[in-house]
Design a protein around this ligand. Structure first.
Ligand code: AMP
Ligand code: MN
Ligand code: MN
Ligand code: MN
Length: 285
């Protein structure tokens, strides 16, 4: 196990723990580097960085940006960003601004399918209304007893063609990558194994991503099997991309990998964090 984790979430977006709690939990694995990557917002970074410093753990400011590429939603992780850089801050705000209206439409869609009160129910799980997400709806659907677990929620609801799914236009791929690079960070395609794309489409995504200035891809990742990891290590090698590693942890008990560690990258990989040394926030002393 590598003790590096460059992709996880706090309550600032759709995680269940505060930035301090998630760093405290990650610290139990004695990681050598962490990055918090909340969806479309950077509001948890200062608290997370302070918590990491208390544990003596090096930290990178991160974000996971929702992007639309063709008819696909893809997520782009940004590492080593300056969260105060204006174009990034304004861009992320523009994404957040679309979430509340989308959530109302999701609530209406679920109501039409016979499950009332989901918008209000989801909002009770969400600290920050502009960050309302499918995860908050899923937690409400499980907690209210309508669906037995998170996996089943996304299988039966909230995904294309199912009740509660509302198509949405996120940032363009070029904007998402441009904001990250403009804020001094490096961009990585998040969890490529989760996209419904064959080899040809993945290669086209990589080429468009690189044309926009993207240089990384997640190889070791909470939602990748070992086969996925080796497959994307080969994609990274073929295209000269740096490899990233992250758990994509959201909440205790919601499945997936726990926070603070990832699989070791296959030896052919070039780890992205070696390129980010200058962006690492190190504990004083
Ligand atoms: P949103 O940004 O509102 O579309 O919500 C996307 C979030 O839903 C992702 O970041 C995941 O946290 C969660 N999610 C999506 N698909 C699944 C799934 N199959 N199982 C569990 N969580 C999922
Ligand atoms: Mn999420
Ligand atoms: Mn994601
Ligand atoms: Mn994520």
């Amino acid at each position: 196990m590598a003790n590096i984790d460059l992709h996880f979430h706090s309550r600032t977006s759709d995680g269940a723990l505060t930035p301090t709690e998630v760093i405290d939990r990650a610290a139990a694995r004695a990681p050598s580097l962490l990055a918090l990557t909340d969806h479309d917002c950077t509001g948890g970074l200062a608290e997370a960085a302070a918590a990491a410093a208390r544990h003596g753990i090096p930290f990178l400011n991160g974000v996971e940006i929702s992007a639309t590429w063709g008819r696909h939603t893809v997520h782009i992780v940004g590492l080593g960003i300056d969260p105060d850089e204006p174009a990034l801050a304004v861009g992320l705000k523009s994404i957040r601004d679309g979430r509340l209206e989308r959530a109302r439409l999701m609530g209406a869609s679920l109501e039409a399918a016979g499950i009332a009160g989901c918008f209000e129910g989801a909002m009770r799980w969400c600290d920050n209304p502009e960050m309302i997400s499918r995860t908050h709806f899923a937690r409400h659907l499980v907690d209210s007893g309508a669906v037995k677990d998170m996996r089943t929620v996304f299988r039966k609801y909230l995904t294309p063609g199912k009740p509660g799914y509302v198509a949405h236009e996120w940032a363009s791929l070029a904007d998402a990558v441009g904001w990250i690079v403009g804020a001094g960070g490096m961009a990585a395609i998040a969890h490529p194994g989760r996209y419904d794309m064959g080899k040809t489409l993945i290669e086209r995504l990589i080429l468009d991503f690189q044309a926009a200035g993207g240089q990384g891809i997640e190889v070791a990742c909470g939602s990748h099997s070992l086969d996925d990891m080796h497959k994307f290590a080969l994609h990274a090698d073929r295209h000269g991309l740096y490899a990233s590693s992250g758990s994509d942890f959201h909440a205790p008990g919601e499945g997936g990998r726990d926070v603070g560690h990832t699989e070791d990258l296959p030896p052919i990989c070039k780890p992205i964090w070696r390129e980010l040394e200058a962006r690492v926030l190190r504990p004083a002393g």
